[in-house]
Design a binder for this molecule. Structure first.
Ligand SMILES: [Fe+2]
Length: 415
């Protein structure tokens, strides 16, 4: 049921169906979302909104102890313009329909919310890049809302957004990659205990770091094949082209421009465009180098299969001179030694999909076992927590599970 609720009566777990005001009254870029934590609730309470519509089928209902005015809204009138005025008489109806908890688990809700963010954000980033390129203007207000939503999602469930953001449609790669890097930057900034302001800049820089590719015909929708020459030349120029686009708008923070310009620098000075070394590369740019590389190598594109996330971390940890290893250590803590969605080999000759982390035992994640290496075929799925005291199964050294990959069998869903 759709109900009209004063902002003062909102609580964590409610699902916002529509925001009751103009876009000038709030910083949200989506009108439908779950209030998944106190931080998001505070954003609503600190906005100039007076009421919102909630969907009690997708989130918790108003409390039976609530004394304020709550009005059920007929489906046909659930748009913000058509919603009826708050009515005292409606309170009894609200109480009667009270306490209908959502059927989804908190984990499913977190994944649904992360999916909503990703689906909506890719179109928003596409529009943002087009406006920046054509008009030289960046709508920072829109970015702020998106970046805050990502921070909310990551605070509520650290893995949902970063694991889902890895999955991309080929014709949206540039925008999807920007959203993924932004999510990873936000999560990494939290691990590094950076200030709220730095977290916000990290998310914003992640979104805009590759804006210099907006004129690259191989990165824009419609081109699904292997990049053609002169790809190398375009690749080497995109940091400067991006910085030029961003400098057109004086409201873009200098830290964000710096990340755009220097996210391909290497710690050993062999990167581009300026060959900066060590700490001459800013902290945010060193973070971006890691998040950008990880997302790029784990993404499947029409011309290459993405690396398994755990294998990507393994290779990155073995690399030398490319990354700031302290920040890389923090990145591994952020996404987990075996990131969600990794496929790992277990001592019983089985393959498991990582579906949850154990923060106190990063080497022992929760897995969904789905394939027998010994018999080379799929087996009934079972969920196993490797950290359970009675569990003897262990993770084998990271190797690409070749026979499974060649079988063409699908990977089970995470939730
Ligand atoms: Fe780049």
């Amino acid at each position: 049921m759709i109900k009209k609720v004063p902002v003062s009566q909102l609580c964590v777990g409610m699902y916002v169906h529509d925001l009751g005001g103009s876009f000038l009254d709030h910083s949200f870029w989506r009108s439908r979302f779950l209030i998944q934590n106190e931080r998001k609730l505070r954003r609503l309470q600190e906005s100039r909104l007076e009421w919102v519509l909630i969907d009690t089928g997708r989130g918790v209902d108003v409390s039976s102890g609530g004394s304020g005015a709550v009005a059920p809204v007929p489906p046909a009138a659930s748009g913000s313009q058509a919603a009826p005025a708050v009515s005292g008489a409606a309170q009894s109806s609200a109480k009667a329909a009270d306490a209908a908890p959502p059927s989804a688990t908190p984990e499913q809700q977190a994944f649904d919310d992360a999916r909503d963010i990703i689906d909506g954000s890719r179109e928003q980033v596409r529009q943002l890049f087009a406006d920046a390129d054509l008009e030289g203007k960046i709508d920072l207000r829109q970015i702020e809302g998106l970046v805050q939503d990502m921070a909310d999602s990551i605070e509520g469930h650290p893995d949902a957004l970063t694991s889902l953001a890895r999955i991309k449609r080929a014709d949206q790669y540039l925008y999807a990659h920007s959203v993924a890097v932004s999510a990873l930057m936000t999560a990494l900034a939290r691990t590094l205990a950076l200030s709220d302001d730095q977290v916000r800049l990290a998310g914003m820089a992640g979104l805009l770091h590759d804006i210099g590719k907006v004129r690259d015909p191989d990165e824009t929708p419609g081109k699904l094949g292997r990049p053609i020459q002169p790809a190398q030349e375009l690749l080497r120029k995109h940091p400067q082209s991006g910085a030029e686009v961003l400098r057109q708008d004086p409201s873009v923070p200098p830290e964000v421009i710096d990340v755009c310009l220097h996210h391909h620098e290497r710690i050993d000075g062999k990167g581009f465009p300026d060959g900066l070394e060590g700490e001459r590369i800013s902290l945010l740019a060193r973070m971006a180098a890691i998040c950008n590389y990880y997302d790029e190598v784990t993404s499947t594109r029409p011309f290459k299969k993405g690396w398994d996330p755990a294998f990507a971390l393994f290779k990155m940890l073995k690399s030398s001179g490319q990354f700031d290893m302290d920040i890389l250590g923090a990145f591994v803590r952020t996404v987990g030694r075996y990131p969600l969605g990794s496929i790992i080999s277990l001592t019983e000759s089985e393959l498991g999909l990582v579906v949850a982390q154990n923060p106190d035992a990063p080497e022992l994640p929760v897995v969904k076992i789905f394939y027998s290496i010994r018999w080379s075929h799929a087996i009934p799925e079972r969920r196993v927590n490797l950290a359970d005291p009675g569990c003897t199964s262990r993770v084998l050294p990271v190797v690409a599970p070749v026979d499974w990959a060649q079988s063409g069998l699908p990977v089970p869903p995470i939730v």
